[in-house]
Design a protein around this ligand. Sequence first.
Ligand SMILES: [Zn+2]
Length: 140
Amino acid sequence: MSEEKERPPRPRPGITRDTAHFWKGLEEGKLLIQKCSACGALRHPPEPMCHHCQSLEWTTIESKGRGTVYSHVTMHHPPIPAFEYPNLIALIELDEGVRLVSNVIGVAKEKVHIGMVVQAEFVATDPELTLHQFRPVEEV
Ligand SMILES: [Zn+2]
């Protein structure tokens, strides 16, 4: 029993026809945000229809990955072997204006705060999954 148990892979994201471009972008190191082709509104998570003008036509922009912590929580329970703890989960508001849920990495949990400036990184959590995670820009 001295051998350290290998961490199981993270649960797979629910990839659909409407969200596949987002996950494919992460594989390529790009944070792709959906943009309505008709009115230009950005939206995330990806959806088939624009909330502003009901257009079904869309394209994507590549986010610069810079944003701020809008809200955050530290998940303690239940412990899931696939995740590292403390599991710092944040709602990130990108400079482009949309918000997305992610992990914050490279910072102690008591240092995470609302308004903290963060930058996206692309982390291969296992050979088949690359995820966006956010690291503080300033030393905290
Ligand atoms: Zn629109």
